[in-house]
Design a protein. Structure first.
Lengths: 111, 114
């Protein structure tokens, strides 16, 4: 499984765009990049997944450069409720469902 | 569609006791995984079940076990509880073929061992 590196914490203000970058230099050809969000005392929530270029859904955008050695989760116009821990995971979409979570990025959104 | 449900939500046990936690996956999901989350170790994979068979197992002692029933509901059991077993235990389910990394988590069971 590819190792990921992300900032431990980030601060932002309401209404700003937040970009969280994840490094995964050893990503394999079959690996996908997936982001989860977790609020305190709750289970993680799947946000977005991508393989290359750009993926967008109603919650976020995921930007993946051509070399795929990093990815950026973009949260547009954050609100206080976006305060959470964000995890970047990299791995192949195989039949096994084992997720390996790193330490994640703790995002604090202030008024 | 109802999400993943876990019972009980909170539990207090004494060292040496055993505990059983229950998880009901989203309807139609056949894969169920269990995770332990602690402040010190973060989120760690325990095991995964599919069609009543354990397909993958994390690095936990044999005191941690699980099973899955024909309706995909799953239970995990921890015997001879230790103080270090205090944690949030999370269950996640997914559809086969949906993508190994797209899982849906329940709210968790907060276990406190005294």
């Amino acid at each position: 499984l590819a190792k990921t590196t992300q900032p431990i914490s980030m601060d932002s203000y309401e209404g700003q765009e937040v970009n969280i970058t994840c490094s995964h230099n050893n990503i394999a050809t079959n690996d996908y990049i997936t982001w989860y969000q977790q609020f305190p005392s709750q289970g993680p929530r799947f946000i977005i997944q991508g393989y290359k270029t750009k993926v967008t859904n109603e919650v976020a955008s995921l930007f993946i450069p051509a070399d795929r050695k990093s990815s950026t989760l973009s949260l547009p116009r954050v609100s206080l409720s976006d305060t959470a821990v964000y995890y970047c995971l990299v791995g192949a979409n195989t039949g096994f469902q084992k997720l390996v979570f790193g330490t994640g990025t703790r995002l604090l959104v202030s008024p | 569609k109802a999400g993943v449900t876990q019972t009980p939500r909170y539990l207090i046990k004494t060292r040496g006791q055993q505990v059983t936690l229950s998880c009901s996956p989203i309807s139609g999901h056949r894969s169920v995984s269990w995770y332990q989350q602690t402040p010190g170790q973060g989120l760690q994979f325990l095991f995964e079940y599919f069609s009543e068979t354990q397909r993958n197992k994390g690095n936990f002692p044999g005191r941690f076990s699980g099973r899955q029933f024909s309706n995909s509901r799953s239970e995990m059991n921890v015997s001879t509880l230790e103080l270090g077993d205090s944690a949030l235990y999370l269950c996640a389910s997914s559809l086969p073929g949906q993508g190994a990394y797209e899982q849906y988590f329940g709210p968790g069971t907060r276990l406190t061992v005294t």
